[in-house]
Ligand binder design. Sequence first.
Ligand code: AMP
Length: 113
Amino acid sequence: MSDECVFCKIIRGDFGTEFVAESERAVAFRDIAPAAPVHVLVVPREHIEALHQLEDASLGGELLALARQVALDAGLDDSGFRVITNNGSSAGQTVFHLHFHVIGGRTLSSSLA
Ligand code: AMP
């Protein structure tokens, strides 16, 4: 846990953020500035800065499984969805606590960059 990290504060319950899904080592909550009708962040409870610092493959699997669950719960399995992580500021990362964006509910651009 980091005292300064906004996602650690959310995980601690400081803001009363609703978790749309959770597992032993991860939580999922809605993005505050959604880029699509469904935009949920899947976040490890442990403070890990970014994907390049994730060494625990089982935690990686748990995060991906929770992202899948979020997408299924939102009914996105047929309509399509995207799971993205930004690693580092040059890739667009603004919150330095690892998270996967689960985005869907509209047609998504075919561009990845
Ligand atoms: P990234 O730019 O990939 O680091 O994504 C960070 C995401 O966190 C952005 O989409 C923000 O809108 C989102 N965000 C920042 N603060 C909060 C918050 N308090 N609650 C929910 N989402 C947040």
